[in-house]
Design a protein around this ligand. Structure first.
Ligand SMILES: [Zn+2]
Ligand SMILES: [Zn+2]
Length: 419
């Protein structure tokens, strides 16, 4: 019969790749806990209106990438293309702002965008999303950036570049935006079709255009830094002062505007050498009006998202936990030995020790080969004679030593060394 394959752009994540993913998630949870975050789990499906309002009508995501459908013809629903809007929706809906003045949340899971498929990009992709909701204090921005760099450092990633910028606020950004519109109209003929269309709807998006001609033009555009107000300037200076205190290297990139409408003040990206070019593995920024725009109180936020696929591709295999294999492999020879091994094996598993065995009772040689392939720390060799004599051979696979142990005290012996 014909096989059924996964949907185009949707990918299975198989073992041992899943070991790496779990390692990343465990490390994330570990680091975030130390910095005072709690986990939030939000639905994958939301009302389309949430993303229209939360991400912005004139963004690529909302215009052409969302999986939007009518729920049996009743209501327009969308598979979440990012997590921030959902997290803020939950924050507002459950009045989490009334619980504490600063709320630190993270969530890990799949996002969906109907992008043009390309190498290394999927329509279901996964992100670690982090948000801090509370006052617009530059220490919070700096703390978040500090955690980002520390988190990536935990994986031994090198050549990381932190790029930061300030996008100004509602006071100072309109003047900048107006100057950009004027400037773009001056070079309208040379811009790509998308950018020409964006001039009046979302001119700052032109800064993100990947077309070479547009990139060249944008280098001559007005700089936001020349427009930002005193309080934005001070805010940015304080963020930088905190980074300097921790000797975090950074570069100010005045052309980094980011793809989403809702960012204000601090925005950032971490780039690294990836697939032969400098690519962003993480991006985020401050959003001082998003909570209010989604019907909440006047609370500021800052957050970032990391792509799991990219991060996993960057992390070398050896960075995974050393103890990947089982603790013990039981090689049983003969029917009686298999029965005995079955009981020993499952008893230990219930005590939390990872044990493997082979029910097919193949030759000792092939079983030892399997123990080796699984990277088992120990192997127990159990034959008919050993059972009669109530003893077995315990082999330390890494040190290549072995000793005879009594089966009466087997569990105690294993638990002692497993600890
Ligand atoms: Zn400002
Ligand atoms: Zn363009």
């Amino acid at each position: 019969m014909e096989i059924i394959t996964a949907v185009k752009g949707f990918k299975d994540i198989l073992p041992p790749e899943t070991d790496k993913w779990r390692y990343i998630e465990d490390t994330a949870k570990d680091v975030f806990r130390a910095f005072g975050y709690s986990e939030i789990r939000v639905p994958l499906l939301e009302k389309t209106e949430l993303f229209r309002r939360g991400i912005g009508e004139s963004t690529d995501i909302v215009e052409k990438e969302m999986y939007t459908f009518l729920d049996r013809g009743e209501e327009s629903l969308t598979l979440r293309p990012e997590a921030t809007a959902s997290v803020i929706r939950a924050y507002v809906e459950h009045t989490l702002h009334a619980v504490e003045s600063v709320t630190k949340l993270y969530t890990i899971g799949p996002m969906f965008r109907r992008d043009r498929p390309q190498k290394g990009r999927y329509r279901q992709f996964h992100q670690i999303d982090v948000e801090i909701l509370g006052p617009d204090d530059p220490h919070i921005d700096a703390e978040l950036l500090l955690m980002v760099i520390h988190f990536l450092g935990r994986f031994g990633l090198k050549n990381l570049n932190l790029e930061i910028n300030s996008l100004g606020c509602l006071e100072c950004r309109p003047a900048f935006r107006e100057a950009v519109v004027q400037f773009l109209h001056g070079s309208e003929e040379e811009l790509c079709g998308d950018c020409r269309r964006r001039i009046d709807t979302n001119p700052l998006r032109v800064f993100d255009c990947k077309m070479e001609k547009c990139r060249e033009i944008i280098t001559k555009a007005p700089r936001l830094m020349d427009f930002i107000c005193v309080s934005c300037r001070e805010h940015f200076a304080q963020v930088i002062a905190c980074l300097t205190l921790f000797e975090i290297p950074y570069a100010v990139n005045p052309n980094m505007v980011r793809g989403l409408d809702y960012y204000t003040r601090t925005t950032f990206e971490v780039t690294t050498e990836f697939l032969g070019a400098q690519n962003a593995i993480l991006g985020g920024g401050r959003y001082d009006h998003l909570v209010r725009d989604l019907g909440g109180p006047d609370v500021s936020g800052i957050g970032f998202a990391i792509g799991m696929e990219r991060l996993a591709a960057l992390i070398p295999e050896q960075a995974k936990n050393a103890a990947e294999g089982p603790f013990l492999f039981i090689a049983a020879l003969g029917e009686k030995a298999v029965d005995k091994a079955f009981s020993l094996c499952n008893r230990l598993r219930m005590k939390g020790v990872r044990v493997e065995m082979d029910y097919h009772s193949r030759s000792l040689k092939s079983q030892m080969k399997k123990a080796d392939k699984l990277n088992s720390a120990f192997a127990l060799i159990l034959g008919e004679r050993e059972i009669e004599e109530n003893r077995a051979l315990l082999r330390n696979m890494r040190a290549s030593t072995q000793e005879e142990i009594s089966l009466d005290e087997f569990e105690e012996t294993i638990m002692k060394i497993a600890r």
